[in-house]
Ligand binder design. Structure first.
Ligand SMILES: NC(=O)c1ccc[n+]([C@@H]2O[C@H](COP(=O)([O-])OP(=O)(O)OC[C@H]3O[C@@H](n4cnc5c(N)ncnc54)[C@H](O)[C@@H]3O)[C@@H](O)[C@H]2O)c1
Length: 252
């Protein structure tokens, strides 16, 4: 919603996995004077994503795909985290590539935790090819049964996907970038804070800027990445974490 509100005056298409969530968002946005429509789409379902892409194409040309859908490790299900956060991202990239044109941009949400996963050919090839047979099993070998770790790996995969697809998007004059938030006070961030209060307090103390992030802290960067000011930025990640990831890595 914060991302949507950053684009007043633009024609917005909103989605989420349930029509009820979409309708609630549209109701709020319309009351606030936004030009918005939307349909439900489970990003792990190719048919849904194809419908979403067609829905967008019927309304005009693609300015930006801002992909914020995801789940954290709190779902306690390795396959679910991998499928929604990584496979779903690739399905979206593939579908929206078909309607990408000159100056279109895809902004994909990764996470600062992706920066805690080092480059390693043993799993990076699987992360770059998330739908390939055996990829989930390969990545699973490195996460020690933890869905929080799987989240970190899947989010590294999101960054690798932007690099992998940048040539094809670039050939159309389009860009594809990732953004890696730190702890942000959204429903997902607050749920994690509730489940790991001590760890989250440590993270806040270890943040050079001394606080969690707000959705607005991230939205400003999304707006920049979508704008013409970022026209030479593609195939890279922007970390928006108040500087904390370096200190988290040192905590071990
Ligand atoms: N909040 C944080 O602290 C934080 C930190 C780092 C990265 N992120 C990332 O930022 C993005 C946005 O997170 P958020 O904090 O707004 O989370 P959120 O839980 O508030 O919102 C995520 C949305 O994704 C939707 N969703 C889940 N599965 C879906 C599916 N299969 N198809 C379609 N929609 C689906 C949910 O319904 C929800 O509305 C996520 O990718 C998240 O991993 C968040």
């Amino acid at each position: 919603m914060a991302c949507a509100r950053a684009f007043k005056g633009e024609e917005l298409v909103i989605t989420d996995y349930s029509q009820e969530i979409v309708d609630k968002a549209l109701d709020t946005l319309k009351k606030e004077g936004f030009n918005a429509s939307g349909i439900a789409c489970d990003i792990t379902n190719k048919k849904d994503v194809e419908n979403l892409k067609n829905y967008v194409a019927e309304r005009g040309s693609l300015g930006a795909l801002i992909h914020t859908a995801g789940v954290s490790g709190t779902v306690q299900d390795l396959k679910k985290v991998y499928t929604i956060d990584l496979v779903g991202t690739e399905i979206l990239i593939d579908a929206f590539y078909k309607i990408a044109i000159d100056d279109s941009v895809a902004v994909l949400f990764s996470s600062m935790m992706a920066h805690a996963v080092p480059a390693n050919a043993k799993y990076d090839n699987a992360l770059e090819n998330p739908s390939a047979s055996g990829s989930f099993e390969t990545v699973s070998q490195f996460v020690g049964g933890s869905s929080d770790n799987m989240y970190n790996f899947a989010k590294r995969g999101v960054q690798l996907l932007s690099i992998k697809h940048a040539d094809a998007w670039g050939a159309k004059g389009a860009r594809i970038v990732t953004i890696s938030p730190g702890v942000i006070e959204t429903p997902m961030g607050l749920k994690a804070a509730e489940e790991h209060p001590e760890r989250m307090e440590l993270i806040k103390k270890a943040t050079p800027l001394g606080r969690y992030g707000s959705p607005q802290d991230v939205v400003g960067v999304v707006k920049f990445l979508v704008s013409d000011a970022a026209r030479f930025i593609t195939a890279t990640d922007i970390l928006v974490d108040g500087g904390v990831i370096h200190n988290i890595k040192n905590m071990g």
